[in-house]
Design a protein around this ligand. Structure first.
Ligand code: URA
Length: 210
């Protein structure tokens, strides 16, 4: 079953992504742009979220008005670059809960090994939005989503900034039920598993570690 990929082609997203791709862009600008784009991605991801009618009073009259139950949303960051998407998303959905998952690749087995996992209680009531800027090989996203699914969330969506055909294929082979939201699908992966043309190492550019 092929999975769904939503490419957010909005001009504001595309403009900011172009600035992020440029190697001339500084760490602080890169970080601010990622935060801004993540607000715009959050807007799209929340498009189909259910609202409930609540009784309120405007200065003029009583009414029943739609509200989103933000507390039911959990945004889960795949460490470490996923953290770059958190603050923008939380600006849009301030009452969302936050989880973290940390994975590293064992050089011998090439398998993803979990070193950190903390999510809110009662995952069964929550819609999970899993965030990581780059969907490259898909290995860590696949492993993270398998682990998160084992906590039993109501639904799961995956948000990244950039994807490539190889990553999308691997992701949807494992999780055809999880929609992917991305600002762009680039050409390919290179032999070092970087996305081409991509933007380089998202974690290093975000945290200035190289
Ligand atoms: N991770 C990154 O940060 N960049 C890539 O191009 C691929 C994986």
């Amino acid at each position: 079953m092929p999975g769904t990929v939503h490419v957010i082609a909005h001009p504001l997203v595309q403009h900011k992504l172009t600035l992020m791709r440029s190697k001339e862009t500084s760490t602080s600008t890169f970080r601010n742009l990622l935060s801004e784009i993540s607000m715009l991605l959050a807007y799209e991801v929340c498009r189909d979220m259910p609202t409930t009618l609540t009784d309120i009073e405007t200065p003029i009259a009583k009414m029943r008005a739609p509200m989103l139950d933000g507390k039911k949303i959990v945004i889960i960051s795949i460490l470490r670059a996923g953290n770059g998407l958190l603050d923008g998303m939380l600006k849009i959905v301030p009452s969302a809960r936050v989880g973290h998952i940390g994975l590293y690749r064992d050089h011998k087995t090439l398998q993803a090994v979990e070193y950190f996992y903390k999510v809110p209680e009662s995952m069964g009531d929550r819609d999970a939005i899993v965030v990581d800027p780059m969907l490259a090989t898909g290995n860590s996203a696949v492993a993270a989503i398998s682990r998160i699914k084992a906590s039993g969330p109501k639904s799961v969506k995956f948000v990244c900034l950039l994807a490539c055909p190889e990553g999308i294929r691997a992701f949807h082979d494992a999780h055809p039920d999880v929609p992917v939201y991305t600002a762009a699908v680039d050409e390919r992966l290179n032999e070092k598993s970087y996305i081409v043309p991509g933007l380089g190492d998202a974690g290093d550019r975000l945290f200035g570690t190289k």
